[in-house]
Every structure is written in C-alpha cells, then in structure tokens.
Design a protein around this ligand. Structure first.
Ligand SMILES: [Mn+2]
Length: 314
C-alpha cells in the first residue's frame, strides 16, 4: 500500500542521528507504522564502530530526497535536528510529519500541523528511550546497544555539561539490555571515533559540521574529538586552508572548528573568515593564531553556538 515513513537525522550524521533513526523506525514498526531509517551522509568512525560492535546494518544512504510526481509526498520524521540548514537535501520534496529533538528550536516551518517532541536532555536517544517505555515496547539487545552508544557519544560519557540524570538513567538501563560494561565500552567507542590518523585535512575540516544562521550571517561549526591534540596540531595549517576553502565556496560569514580534547575536557576553537573581535565578544578571550582556548568547553550546542549567534548579532 503506502510507502514506509522515513526516519532521518541531520546531515554529516553523528552516532545520535544514526542511532535515533534506527531506534525510532523500529519503534514505529512495532506500533504499526511502516518506517525505514535513512541517513543523509557518510558514517563517522565512531558510528561505524558502534554499529559493527552490535551487529547492526547502517541505515540506507539517501543523499537527496527526489522530487515526486506522485500525489502524495514521501513522509519523513526528523530526529536529532530541526534547523532547515541541517536537513537532508530535498527536504522540500517530502512531508515532515514529526520532529523529535534536543536542540534549540530553529527556523523550522511546516505546511501543516505536525507532532513535535523536544526535551532539553543530552541526547535524542534518551527521549526515544522514554517513548519505548511509554509504548511498553521491548528494546532488542542490538538497538539498546546503539542507543546507549549515542547517549555516550553526545554526552562524552557524561562529561559534557549537557548531560542530565535522564541520560545517565537511560544508559544504565540500556547497558543491562545490551549486556555491556558501558564505561569500558564507552571509552573504547570514543577512542575509535577519536582516531584521526588516516584523515585528510579536507576531511578533518568538515568533520561533524553544522550550519547556523542569524540574520544575514550564516556560519558553520564543526567538531573533532581527540584524546591528544598533538597529531591534529601538526596538520593545522592544511586544515585551516581547507576550512577557509569550504567557507569561501559555501559563502559563509565564518567557519569554526572545535578541537575538543575529551580527556582534558577543553576545546580549542579554530576559525576563519571573521575578525578576532568577534571571538572576543563571544568568549571574552583574545584569540591567538586563529584559535581560542576554551577550558571546560565540550558542547557546541550549549557552550559555543549560542555565544557565536549572539556575537554575530551585535
Ligand atoms: Mn544529538
């Protein structure tokens, strides 16, 4: 009869976006709605590690939602994002029927009424975990595994200030179902994701990049998690050239790259395209060599983007 509803995370998908698509599509199928998880981009190493560890297939890659000549548009549920700039290409060819997210409410507009569920928690899979409980649906071991991977990833094993009690509780419960020692597994997974040894400067420059905008200023913020900043610092010159190249091509006001040390729990924010004074306005610190050191900063959403948005407005 009808086509399955797509469940899709943001572009440049992270573990949360992939896990949420898988977990929420599974839940939809259990409650009688045919759904298929899809992804809007390549998997990162951390996500590949987690999928492989729990024996799961990656969602199907859909680069652009095609324009349909059918009377009814493809239905889609967005998870882990809501800003139009972060949506899969061709989103206007689809009908968004639901959004589940844990980010700020962006510029999202729809033609008709939709279901939305937002909660200020560390990970969208924590919200989805709650939905499994609401519907009394049993979580299979593999899905519990990918969901807890997502929560560990987004909260950096509870180190990020975005972490809530609900995230911790979900991980503890999911770890029992997945039969893993979540601390040991979590460190292994983060380590797999932090391995950048074979990444080119171009790839590093666009790692986990998201677009944000305020008024006429559209900028990008990417993030790379490492366990040691030495290797990436050695490639800084090439990464900065690639970052500037991407900024120029995309016509962005500025491009930022968070180099986050997950062991030291700090970030070096690299940037191109804007004045040093913007960084001073945003963080009250004088940058050096296109980098600002931000101790204790790990969360793009909570500790970086809001300050950049404000600085651009002033
Ligand atoms: Mn997320």
């Amino acid at each position: 009869m009808s086509r399955p509803i797509f469940v899709c995370g943001h572009k440049c998908p992270d573990t949360d976006s992939i896990a949420a698509a898988i977990a929420y599509a599974y839940l939809q199928n259990q409650i009688g709605n045919q759904a298929e998880p899809i992804r809007a981009g390549e998997l990162n190493k951390e996500t590949s590690f987690a999928l492989h560890y729990f024996g799961l297939e990656a969602p199907r890659l859909v680069e652009t939602l095609p324009a349909e000549d059918q009377a009814e548009k493809q239905k889609i549920i967005l998870v882990d994002h809501n800003e139009s700039k972060q949506c899969i290409d061709g989103i206007d060819n689809a009908q968004v029927i639901e959004v589940i997210d844990h980010h700020r409410l962006g510029d999202f507009e729809t033609e008709g009424p939709i279901s939305i569920l937002f909660r200020p928690v560390g990970c969208v899979d924590t919200i989805i975990y709650g939905l499994y409980q609401c519907h009394h649906i049993e979580i299979p071991r593999q899905i519990a595994g990918i969901m807890l991977s997502a929560i560990i990833s987004d909260t950096v094993l509870f180190r990020s200030p975005t972490t809530t009690e609900a995230d911790k509780e979900a991980v503890r419960d999911l770890a029992k179902i997945a039969e893993v020692d979540y601390e040991k597994y979590g460190m292994e997974m983060l380590k797999a994701g932090a391995d950048i040894s074979d990444y080119t400067a171009e790839k590093l420059a666009q790692n986990d990049t998201k677009e944000f905008g305020t008024g006429n200023h559209v900028f990008t913020v990417g993030q790379i998690s490492v366990m040691d900043t030495d290797p990436i610092n050695k490639k800084k010159a090439d990464i900065m050239s690639a970052l500037e190249e991407n900024r120029r091509k995309g016509g962005y006001a500025a491009s930022f790259l968070m180099v986050t040390d997950i062991l030291k729990e700090d970030t070096y924010l690299w940037y191109t395209g804007c004045e040093d004074s913007l960084l001073v306005r945003a963080f009250g610190k004088k940058p050096e060599n296109y980098s600002v050191h931000l101790p204790g900063v790990m969360s793009r959403k909570k500790q970086v983007t809001p300050f950049l948005l404000k600085a651009f407005e002033n």
